[in-house]
Design a binder for this molecule. Structure first.
Ligand SMILES: Nc1ncnc2c1ncn2[C@@H]1O[C@H](COP(=O)(O)OP(=O)(O)O)[C@@H](O)[C@H]1O
Ligand SMILES: [Mg+2]
Length: 325
């Protein structure tokens, strides 16, 4: 059953065409990821679906309600966790949830039970009566997740739910998201630029670039589409034409002194491949990632753009160190 149906959804801000006609159907219970570089239109798309941003044209139906015609009903059926934290830090964790429960008109007799259940789910029962300003970043995120799901929405929207969290906390946050999604068969639509996580977490991915969905599939199919493993060989003068002509090679790309060769069953052909290349400095075999899919589709690297815009310092430095190796 489709829980979200989007047709030609479009948003322009003056001259900026932020979202350029998105068509998308999402099934009940799916964990769907919108993946794309900064400025691709992810937040704007989610904003329209949550009825916070009014579409310029096109339509969206969520849980049977039209986002333009029935925004109140749509809001009752969605939960949102924004990119930037929106907790009231002078309230305790429990008080934040109580406030939300009232705003969403959760019946008085259910309120405290639902709140206790959510606190339990995100492991915050012990800290529920502490002010949220004393919480760590990871705890705040978990409380926001709990709040997003408190009124039992059909769809939970998460905009960069793990942005700025350290890798360990990110992994735990994903566990909670998965657990919550399973509990009520909640449909989850999330945006992220952590490709490895999108790959692991999402049933299906829409790659979005410049306001358009340029690929839509399961992470597994997207990666299979690339045509094999990636073998990165560092060598000063590899015979590119010969390599390109090998029957099992589906693509090659040069990055400085390294050539990245996409090929089927790398382990079977590696010896022959290397026998063709003189002065091999290093060889690395890896499984392709969604970033490789993005590069194949656009010719650009999703991550480079993140480096400039997101300022996730530690990660960026770690990545560049890794690359230099
Ligand atoms: N309120 C706004 N006014 C003008 N331009 C906006 C506004 N919100 C977003 N944009 C622009 O729309 C584009 C898409 O932005 P956004 O949806 O935030 O992308 P993402 O979430 O993928 O990083 C960007 O070029 C951004 O600068
Ligand atoms: Mg955004």
């Amino acid at each position: 059953m489709a829980i979200i149906e989007i047709r030609s959804l479009t948003k322009t801000f003056g001259k900026i065409r932020a979202v350029r006609g998105i068509d998308l159907t999402i099934e009940k219970g799916e964990i769907f990821g919108l993946l794309g570089p900064n400025g691709a239109g992810k937040t704007t798309t989610i904003g329209m679906l949550c009825t916070i941003i009014r579409p310029t044209s096109g339509s969206g139906i969520i849980a049977g309600f039209d986002i333009a015609k029935h925004p109140t009903q749509v809001r009752q059926n969605v939960g949102i966790v924004f990119q930037d934290p929106t907790l009231d830090t002078i309230l305790t964790g429990r008080e934040n949830l109580q406030l939300h429960a009232r705003l969403y008109g959760i019946p008085a007799q259910d309120r405290s039970r639902w709140i206790e259940e959510m606190l339990e789910l995100v492991d915050l029962t012990q800290r529920a009566d502490d002010l949220t300003k004393t919480y760590s970043g990871g705890m705040r995120r978990r409380l926001e997740l709990a709040r997003g799901l408190l009124h039992r929405p059909a769809v939970l929207f998460l905009d960069e739910p793990t942005l700025g969290l350290d890798p360990q906390t990110r992994a735990r946050t994903w566990e909670y998201i998965r657990k919550m999604a399973q509990k009520e068969r909640t449909t989850v639509v999330l945006t992220t630029h952590y490709m490895e996580e999108a790959q692991l977490m999402c049933d299906r991915i829409g790659i979005i670039d410049a306001g358009q969905i340029i690929a839509l599939d399961t992470p597994g199919n997207m990666i299979d589409m690339l045509g094999g493993d990636i073998v990165a060989v560092k060598s000063p003068n590899p015979p590119l034409d010969i390599i390109r002509a090998l029957p099992y090679v589906s693509a090659i790309k040069t990055v400085g002194e390294t050539i990245e060769i996409t090929m089927k069953s790398a382990h079977l052909h590696l010896a022959e491949l290397l026998s063709l290349i003189d002065n091999v400095v290093s060889v690395e075999i890896r499984k392709p990632t969604l970033n490789d899919v993005f590069i194949r589709l656009t010719g650009r690297d999703i991550r480079q753009e993140d480096v400039e815009n997101n300022g996730s310092w530690v990660e960026t430095i770690a990545r560049y160190r890794q690359r230099g190796k």
